[in-house]
Design a protein around this ligand. Structure first.
Ligand code: SF4
Length: 159
């Protein structure tokens, strides 16, 4: 009988590994995380790009509540010019979930504070740099599908 090894793939926010997919065209390169992933299997995704948003793009925030309220149709995502970009954020979350399922992802390390990837705190919708507790839309959808979601600050003690 052949024994197959189960490979656990970790999903990573693309900007944490240096892809210039942030709203301002930059990245959030995390060299510690890169070192940590050296001997691991991982896949990267940027939900906002997967949702069809351009780079660079206007910054966006969840108006009230968090990703759960957006997925439940009770809140919206707006950019700093007041444009409603909710559907792009939801599409990006769903596309990211598809990738996670394709690679049998059980764990994700996503960028904190983002309206897509944030998973402990997100910006509060005022565009004043203030935070509130909660998850971004992609982080919430992954959690609802049984994936453990961490961020660049807390993955080491949890994975
Ligand atoms: S959506 Fe996520 S991966 Fe894309 S730039 Fe924002 S934090 Fe990074």
């Amino acid at each position: 009988m052949i024994a197959y090894e189960v490979i656990y793939v970790i999903l990573i926010s693309a900007c944490l590994l240096g892809l210039n997919c942030r709203y301002n065209g930059g990245n959030n390169l995390d060299k510690e995380l890169m070192k940590y992933l050296k001997d691991k299997e991982y896949v990267i995704a940027c939900p906002e790009q997967l949702g069809g948003l351009p780079t660079p793009r206007n910054p966006s925030e969840i108006v009230f509540g968090d990703g759960k309220e957006v997925l439940d149709g009770k809140s919206r995502v707006k950019d700093n010019k007041g444009q409603d970009v909710t559907m792009s954020f939801i599409k990006g979350a769903r596309e990211t979930l598809k990738i996670a399922k394709l690679y049998n992802v059980k764990t994700a390390i996503l960028k904190e504070k983002s309206p897509s990837c944030g998973n402990v705190a997100i910006y509060d919708g005022s565009f004043c740099g203030k935070l509130k507790e909660g998850s971004g839309i992609t982080a919430e959808l992954l959690k609802q599908n049984g994936i453990l979601v961490f961020n660049e600050n807390n993955y080491k003690e949890n994975i």
